[in-house]
Design a protein around this ligand. Structure first.
Ligand SMILES: Cc1cc2nc3c(=O)[nH]c(=O)nc-3n(C[C@H](O)[C@H](O)[C@H](O)COP(=O)(O)O)c2cc1C
Length: 287
């Protein structure tokens, strides 16, 4: 593992950055990022699928090929983009997002700002820059650069609109044994920190669609998604599945740091769900 600092501390620090400093990313940092992207170990998802991620440097948002990359004015001063590529199905999106979030945390550790973007960018311009294989598409990108300390008004306004600092409390997200009783922090045992780290993760429009149920025997966490009706329908893929992959990443990385061993599996425990929007995704089982 290339991480050198506490991932838990990095997760606490991360927030989406949309306004970057004028300073270019150093050659040293570009080398580190390229090394990261060329080491398969960093890109393998929880079920073994390798994520495809490309780095594109820009100058005034124009690539070496002369293509202007569009982000509709949401992003200021990006120095480069990391572009995700995957297939449009649930498992691919889940695995991809897990690996992409690991990269986001790695960049955060380096002091590089990121902002997951699934919607507010011009896909066509990015598709012209990279070559997609059959069945592949771009689920998300992130601009990168050093955060601008004096965050601009735009950044603050956007954070306000999407209520970015408004993370849902435990009793809206986490459940004990079934969906009728909520999980109190002091009943989460060793898992209190991993669950809290999951809660701090980014999600599309900050919808936080993750719902977790701790099994009665305290051995497993079952991960569910509560879909936001019609979310991302126009884009032709389920962007909220990316949120679930991110949640898996933050949860697992915190477990690993705390030496809590376990593994992922997909075995629906058939717990009654609160509504038809709630769907089982995956479970973490202690070893
Ligand atoms: C899958 C995904 C897609 C997102 N798409 C966009 C986007 O298109 N444009 C944007 O400005 N922010 C986007 N975001 C960033 C969220 O708005 C942000 O994560 C959320 O408001 C929480 O703020 P935080 O990341 O600072 O904790 C996306 C985040 C995720 C996880």
């Amino acid at each position: 593992m290339i991480f050198t600092k506490s991932v838990i501390e990095t997760i606490k620090k991360r927030q989406s950055i949309r306004t970057f400093d004028n300073q270019n990313i150093t050659d040293e940092h570009y080398n580190i990022i390229n090394d990261y992207l060329h080491n398969d170990e960093n890109l393998i998802g929880p079920f073994g699928k390798k994520a495809k991620i490309e780095l594109i440097q820009v100058s005034n948002n124009v690539t070496d090929k002369g293509i202007k990359l569009g982000t509709y004015g949401f992003i200021k001063n990006p120095k480069a983009y990391l572009v995700g590529i995957t297939e449009n199905n649930k498992n691919s999106l889940l695995e991809f997002a897990y690996s992409f979030q690991k990269l986001v945390l790695f960049l955060t550790e380096l002091g590089i700002g990121t902002c997951w973007m699934g919607g507010t960018f011009n896909r066509n311009s990015f598709e012209r820059e990279i070559s997609l294989g059959k069945g592949e598409f771009i689920p998300c990108i992130t601009p990168i650069g050093y955060p601008n300390d004096k965050q601009r008004v735009l950044d603050k306004a956007l954070r306000y609109v999407v209520k970015a600092d408004n993370k849902k409390p435990w009793d809206k997200l986490f459940y004990d044994s079934n969906f009728t009783s909520t999980l109190a922090k002091d009943r989460a045992g060793l898992f209190e920190i991993p669950v809290e780290m999951l809660r701090l993760g980014p999600s599309a429009s900050n919808k936080q669609p993750w719902r977790l149920v701790l099994s009665e025997d305290r051995n497993s966490f079952h991960f569910y998604i509560e879909h936001t009706p019609n979310y991302s329908i126009k884009l032709g893929y389920d962007m909220q599945i990316l949120d679930m992959g991110i949640a898996m990443c933050q949860f697992e990385m915190a477990c690993r740091e705390l030496n809590i061993s376990g593994q992922w599996g997909m075995e629906d425990p058939n717990i009654d769900v609160p509504n038809e929007l709630t769907e089982y995704i995956v479970s973490w089982k202690s070893k």
